[in-house]
Design a protein around this ligand. Structure first.
Ligand code: HEC
Length: 124
């Protein structure tokens, strides 16, 4: 192989690698690059950052294009909220044709958002 071919091959591999990390980032990578303090205060910030209120009503504010999330942590009989975590992890895994985008949240971001939703529901 000539040097030119090797360089082209490296270029193609680099593009594929970048494409992979952008389109379907592995969880280890998300957890490394989007590691946050899993507290309710962080959760409140993330809900602003990801604009969840463009669709959901949360703590009395936001649109009603999607189910209101107020009281959501009280409605289920699951004390550890597995299904809410799954919604945040991969909405299409719960409902194939859902309008909810996959935000590629890290594990700690999911915990922070859940902590905020729980705190909001408890404070009522
Ligand atoms: C583009 C609109 C949209 C945005 C933005 C959005 N969601 Fe959703 N979400 C939905 C829809 C629609 C559903 C209901 C699923 C369905 O029935 O298709 C849903 C469902 C959910 C559920 C499950 C509700 C239940 O009844 O079990 C949770 C939790 C949730 N979203 C949290 C969030 C959070 C947190 C954010 C921000 C990080 C967010 N969503 C951003 C549209 C959105």
């Amino acid at each position: 192989m000539t040097t030119k071919r090797i360089l082209i091959l490296i270029g193609v591999l680099a593009i594929l690698l970048v494409g992979w990390f952008v389109l379907a980032p592995p969880r280890v990578w998300l957890n490394m690059t989007k590691s946050v303090e899993p507290t309710a205060a962080t959760g409140a910030q993330l809900i602003e950052q990801y604009e969840c209120r463009a669709c959901h009503r949360i703590a009395g504010q936001g649109a009603l294009k999607a189910p209101s999330l107020d009281g959501i942590t009280l409605r289920s009989s699951d004390p550890v909220h597995v299904s809410l975590r799954l919604w945040l992890l991969d909405p299409r895994a719960v409902k194939g044709d859902t309008a909810m985008p996959n935000f590629r949240l890290s594990d700690s971001e999911i915990e922070a958002i859940l902590a905020y939703l729980i705190e909001t529901d408890q404070s009522k």
